[in-house]
Design a binder for this molecule. Structure first.
Ligand code: GLU
Length: 299
């Protein structure tokens, strides 16, 4: 069921402090701010910092300063996901109780080898090979044994089973409302395609959570009604809607905005060391320049 809230809209900008903000983030932040302003909605900032090895306090500090410089004002306290691993653990326990999780002990190398042996192995919407299901057939005894031996494992969702349960719960296919558009112009009521992702990881070996778990939990907890984010996350919405359905969480409406690309059509990213907002500021660019550069009409 897709529920639309009738109260005050709640928006969030949810960056990961694992690098400096670049123009792509500025677009997302200003887009979200704009939508909150024009609808009289609330604007939340959430720090998605579960990856402790890559996120840092220094990046958080710089990020907050950049966002203030952009003129954004958010509600306090800011939710910082790294302080809430217990919440994510209990969501995982609920999914486990539904029987849709299984431990996966396979190493990256084992997965690579298995995939290489399969002709025309499918890729997920991000272009990564779909997990070939190595650990799915282990017996419960074998799983318990490996866990008792201290062998590290990730927790994966049995997507086919999860989709089946979600369809039953929903009395039909799981959908979402897209108010802007996806990469292939998907808009309006969109039917999810979660099987394209396969059995994704919901708790990593090194981190007792994942982006998917943290985002659905926090959006529900914070009463987020409108998820505004880049089109790179459009297809991940399928996973989120399945989880929300299984967990009885309300469905926000979604607005996936265009991405900023460089002259060669490549998407901006922190890892590629694209120009940070800080360096643009240092070069003397103003907030109005940034608004112009991201192609938004913002006051
Ligand atoms: N933390 C994610 C990112 O920085 C955004 C998550 C979301 O908006 O759902 O790409």
């Amino acid at each position: 069921m897709i529920s639309q809230s009738s109260g005050q809209p709640v928006f969030r900008f949810a960056p990961s402090p694992n690098g400096h903000l670049h123009l792509g983030h500025a677009l997302s932040a200003l887009y979200t701010w704009n939508r909150a302003q024009e609808t009289g909605g609330r604007f939340l900032l959430r720090l998605e910092d579960i990856d402790l090895a890559r996120c840092s306090d220094a990046f958080v500090r710089d990020m907050l300063e950049d966002l203030e410089w952009l003129g954004l004002q958010w509600e306090e306290p800011v939710r910082r996901q790294s302080l809430h691993f217990d919440d994510y653990r209990s969501v995982l326990d609920r999914l486990d109780a539904l029987g849709v999780l299984y431990p996966c002990f396979a190493t990256r190398q084992e997965i690579r080898t298995a995939v290489a042996a399969i002709e025309d192995h499918p890729a997920d919407p991000d272009g990564a090979p779909v997990y070939p299901g190595l650990a799915k057939a282990l017996t419960p005894d074998r799983r318990d044994f490996l866990i008792s031996q201290g062998k590290p494992y990730a927790r994966r969702i049995d997507m086919a089973k999860a989709v089946h349960m979600a369809r039953l719960k929903n009395s039909g296919p799981v959908c979402f409302v897209e108010q802007a558009s996806g990469p292939n112009d998907e808009t309006g009521v969109v039917q999810t395609q979660p099987l394209a992702w396969g059995d994704v990881i919901l708790a990593r070996k090194d981190i007792p959570a994942s982006y998917h778990i943290a985002v659905v939990h926090d959006d529900a907890l914070q009463g987020v009604t409108d998820v505004t984010r880049g089109q790179d996350l459009f297809y991940a919405t399928s996973v989120h809607r399945v989880l929300q359905t299984l967990l009885g969480m309300p469905a926000p409406v979604y607005e996936h905005h265009h991405l900023i690309r460089d002259e060669t059509g490549r998407r901006l990213s922190k890892s590629a060391r694209d120009k940070s907002l800080r360096s643009l500021r240092a070069e003397g660019h103003t907030r109005a320049d940034i608004v112009g550069l991201v192609g938004l009409d913002v006051d």
